[in-house]
Ligand binder design. Sequence first.
Ligand code: NBP
Length: 480
Amino acid sequence: MSTSAQIGVTGLAVMGRNLARNFARNGYTVALHNRTVSKTHELVENFGDEGDFIAAETAKEFVEALERPRRLVIMVKAGGPTDAVIEEFAPLLEPGDMIIDGGNAHFADTRRREKALREQGIHFVGMGVSGGEEGALHGPSIMPGGPRESYDSLGPMLEKISAKAASDGAPCVTHVGPDGAGHFVKMVHNGIEYADMQLIGEAYQLLRDVAGYSPAQIADIFRTWNTGRLDSYLIEITAEVLAHVDAATGKPFVDVVVDQAEQKGTGRWTVQIALDLGVPVSGIAEAVFARSLSGHADLRAASRGLAGPKPTALSDAEAAAFADRVEQALYASKIVSYTQGFHEIQAGSDEYGWDIDLGAVSSIWRGGCIIRAAFLDRIRAAYDARADLPSLLSDETFAREIAEAQDDWREVIIAATRDGVAVPGFSAALAYYDALRAERLPAALTQGQRDFFGAHTYRRVDREGAFHTLWGGDRSEVTE
Ligand code: NBP
């Protein structure tokens, strides 16, 4: 067995296979391994001419095929399978070797694994990979965490196989931070992806139900939007999906698909962790809930006859003007989604001491991944202008754009409410914006209630300290 592979990939399903091919196409010799050996040989048979592969049938052969320090990428199903693979390989490795988990691991699992392997002298890199199977093959966005020194040796390889940003050709990879930082950022990326998709879905529903456009007409509207500030992969594919006609029925494809959205869990994790960290990611949460609501078929069937408003018919000119307003509402809501997502990354970074560079994160999402968009160049510019930006809404450009969009944003939500079209993403985004900019919030009343029923105390605007009112007695105030 040759011992010359610069990198090895174990787990050769769709992602691992394509990642291995990507490394080989970029000139690296790649050792291959899979629990079911036939998949390893299939890869070599079908794609062996794309580069140099070393097929290993056993874990020992695989490890022996790697040059030292070894770089071993795991691309198996996240959870138990990842632990099983680590248990299989760790005893065969030496201090200084590197295990790179490219699966969609929960960052807490990554922290646990990194700690355990560090004690054995093995570098563990939790690496978020986005872009699906096409990205894995042609260049994904890569979010590696783990020890800094591992990036010194792994980084150049990842920079070679990663996507390159359209605007400046920069590789879409950076060392995100220690232990679970990479998988945390990948998780929030997926949460933002959920929110982006929900907002686009709401825009579609409004154009259809309020403006009265057909899917084909809406596809054209999305194509136009894709030439402007909403230019993105998701808007582009939305136009494709909406323009697609079902061959069997001749109906718009979107009308023959069951309207129950599925999810794999990273969006849900984003919301769960945000709750733990106390970060309001209401747009992402609404996107996760919207998918779960869509899946409650029985509940929806039982509720379908409930009263709703009479729809209003718009003239052609009114419909066209409304479409322009929806573009404004979509753009403003998108700014809010990213504001919330970046807040969660900042909070995670503070909690776990990761020191994540938010500008670098926006930079590596500009290519390869599902949320790639021209918009991310603007986020990059916002952090370049001010690295400690408290929130994207504090950036002058974004604040001005929202100021210009807000009347239309409000009108769109009014129209949706009037016509009974659910727009939880748009509404949550606007509520977040209005709550943040409010002079006073009803939280003061909430504190009064809490003090009344639970003596939880409150703080005053005019004096330091914790106060309690004797509600049942003379209502005098006592300090704590
Ligand atoms: P899957 O998530 O479907 O996993 C299949 C692979 O896991 C096969 O190689 C399988 O081996 C291996 N495996 C399993 Br299952 N249990 C194992 C065990 N106990 N020991 C050893 N190997 C085991 O593959 P995928 O869709 O290519 O995704 C790989 C990873 O990448 C996942 O963590 C996924 O979440 C992540 N990811 C996927 C995408 C995407 O678009 N699909 C995008 C980004 C990240 P076998 O052949 O012997 O059954």
